[in-house]
Design a protein around this ligand. Sequence first.
Ligand code: PLP
Length: 460
Amino acid sequence: MKCARLLCRIKPMARELRSLPSIDKILTDERFSRTAKNYLHDLIVNVIREELERQRQSIQSGQPGDSLDVIIDSIIENLNSVFTPSLRRVINASGVILHTNLGRAPLSEAAIAAMEEASRGYSNLEFDLDKGDRGSRHVHVENLLCRLTGAEAAIVVNNNAAAVLLGLTALLKRKEVVVSRGQAVEIGGGFRIPDVMRQSGAKLVEVGTTNRTYARDFTEAITPATGALMRVHSSNFRLVGFTSEVALEELVTIAKKNSLLVLDDVGSGTLLDTTTFGLAPEPMVQQSIKAGASLVFFSGDKLLGGPQAGIIVGEKQYIDKLKRHPLARALRVDKTRLAGLAATLLHYLKDEAVGKIPIWRMIAAPLKNIEKRANLWAKACDAKVIDGETMVGGGSLPGGSLPTKLVVLSGGGDLAKKLRLQAVPVIGRIEKDRLLLDPRTVLPEEDEIIIKALSDLTDN
Ligand SMILES: *Cc1c(COP(=O)(O)O)cnc(C)c1O
């Protein structure tokens, strides 16, 4: 009985498998050849094969096979999806200014123009125009960084994780690096101080307790094998309550007495004083240099507001060693990012950062303007406007936020999905099944797109 039933299933299955169209038949189908004639032939054949294989598997699992029309439609859809860019522009209405999942800092017009210019033609990336000879790619930003931070020298690499890895590898391999236990942290995205330390060949020596570390903890940990004292900014969390940390100045004093380096990973770091914008203090790079850190590490795309980069500023004798280390070659940045970074740094030197760098425009935007925009958005879809908070995010200013006005839509998850599937996806945040949209993190130029997306929502 069992066997007979299997047989009557196998027969139609074999027939269906046999009746699957051949690759040639699909290729010469009129509808198909119209769509596909511009695509690479090998790609088309691969996509057809994949679809036929899917059909075969579905028939073998007992499903009926699809018609030729359905098969061709599905091939065309798959082909088109190959040509839809995966990395797309989105609108960040999430209320997190530096959102790592959404690409962190949007760039200034000048930075974009500089990157475009550097990518279009050739450049003097490593060519000294005066001497007509080989030059260094570091010169294009080093001077600007030194003027802004007061450091003697600077080097830029792929990101801050790379910067810390390079610093430790080049200067502290097989040496001990003393870090407060409260600062041996994980920043997110797999960046953990103990792991980076191990990777570099430096030996992490944790001192103090999770909540309290004193100067004497550092002093007592120093041995002939010690190479550096390190401070790591606890970027994405805050120690509150019964806590004690050692000031950078104190670390410098101890280090000097013992001929050690002081490394300061400030994470985001900032060149502007965040407290003047009503935010919690965030370590300023120029202060670390002034306090005597040997090297300071920070990101290009956090509160600096530039392209992804890892920046190291500090004493020339150490930066020179970093420049010569083979890892620097592996971690180097390309011409477009150097161009974008230089243009971003110029905004600070011209004292126009707050007006020109998008993340600072967002941070500095008056609540009155945000409210006006929120009301316009809300009008498009009959929504309410409530008080809320914008986070700075991106591993900076944990717990620090700015007042904002939020557009509130009920029916959180479904609406959020609809907005994500717009031609230009709009990303909000969901709280208690409500969808919240924050104008502070949206560039004012993008308001029109949001308003259209919102009115489309209520129309359907
Ligand atoms: C964000 C952060 C890093 C990593 O920087 P990336 O530029 O993302 O590689 C390292 N250290 C600290 C303290 C950070 O906040």
